[in-house]
Design a binder for this molecule. Structure first.
Ligand code: 13P
Ligand code: SF4
Length: 298
């Protein structure tokens, strides 16, 4: 099946992008695996005609925002991110009316329509840089409360919170981390900023998913407790076969990221199904917020 997928991708000049959480066989057949920021950058610069996004809808939408001339395909059309649905254009408009003049920073885990109402986007990899790039002393951050609290702990700015969360990262408890540390006393604990603040306080390092891979590669440590979705264990182990990685909790499992299979990916390429498009009235203001974030990369 992997050979068929690679042949189809070559024939159709398609690039297969995969998030670090998707099943390992999909990661292995993809052209690029990465975190949200890396995948957005790649989607913006590729000269492929078709982008197949193995991830969840907001990721494919971001690719469609950046590359309207390309065909962007989401193999599983109902692969979504529950956190992204915790802010809607209507609720954001209401909150903005209560906080006039305050810039809105929106996590990329959001719909295109919400990005369109935002001043700038951020990912887990650049949230601190994005917050510091704004002149305003006050900021509204949507939709992830934990990410906003993480940013607030690193800035003198006032961050207004939104009550969104990742249903999987938010379940990680101090007790889970203590248990994992008891089992693996030599291990470093690396956490994703979507985890609750009391868990982040226990972390040896806080990072995006790809940042965790880089850290593990560069570290002298040989064992790591990983505080993010368990799909990341595969690329970590691939990057560092001689090191050991333990999940901080096996409850950190995102079902939407696991809906894709090799058979679904092959059929998507064959039929060019699952096209994601964003209407121009939403795409153009959303593009402004995404591009403003990407400009910070230099
Ligand atoms: P990263 O951008 O760190 O890969 O995170 C995306 C995500 O959905 C985390 O739950
Ligand atoms: Fe969304 Fe959480 Fe899944 Fe990431 S792990 S895609 S934030 S539900």
């Amino acid at each position: 099946m992997k050979d068929i997928i690679r042949q189809l991708a070559r024939k159709k000049n398609a690039i297969i992008l995969a998030h670090n959480y998707v099943p390992s066989d999909i990661q292995d057949v993809a052209d690029l695996c990465g975190d949200s920021l890396e995948l957005s950058l790649k989607a913006a610069e590729t000269d492929a005609d078709i982008i197949v996004f193995c991830g969840v809808r907001f990721m494919a939408e971001t690719a469609a925002i950046l590359s309207p001339e390309k065909t962007v395909l989401l193999p599983v059309e109902d692969a979504g991110c529950p956190m992204a649905d915790m802010v809607t254009p209507e609720t954001l408009r209401q909150r903005k009316a209560q906080l006039p003049g305050i810039p809105v920073v929106t996590y990329v885990n959001s719909t295109a329509a919400v990005k369109a109402l935002s001043d700038i986007c951020c990912t887990s990899a650049n949230v601190l840089q994005v917050v510091e790039s704004l002149d305003s002393k006050e900021i509204l951050m949507t939709p992830d409360r934990n990410l906003a609290l993480y940013a607030a702990s690193h800035t003198s700015k006032t961050i207004h919170l939104w009550e969104g969360f990742c249903p999987f990262h938010n379940t990680l408890t101090r007790q889970d981390v203590m248990e994992a540390r008891k089992q693996h006393p030599e291990a470093l604990f690396i956490a994703h900023p979507e985890c609750p603040p009391e868990v982040l306080l226990m972390a040896d390092a806080i990072s995006s998913t790809s940042g965790m891979i880089r850290m593990a590669r560069e570290s002298d440590h040989r064992e790591f407790i990983i505080g993010t979705e368990t799909g990341l264990l595969h690329p970590l182990q691939q990057a560092c076969p001689e090191k050991a990685f333990y999940p901080a909790s096996t409850n950190m499992f995102c079902p939407d990221m696991k809906k894709i299979s090799l058979a679904i990916l092959a059929s998507t390429l064959e039929k060019e199904s699952g096209r994601v498009q964003v209407s121009e009235d939403i795409r153009l203001p959303a593009l402004k917020a995404v591009k403003r974030m990407m400009a910070l990369k230099g």
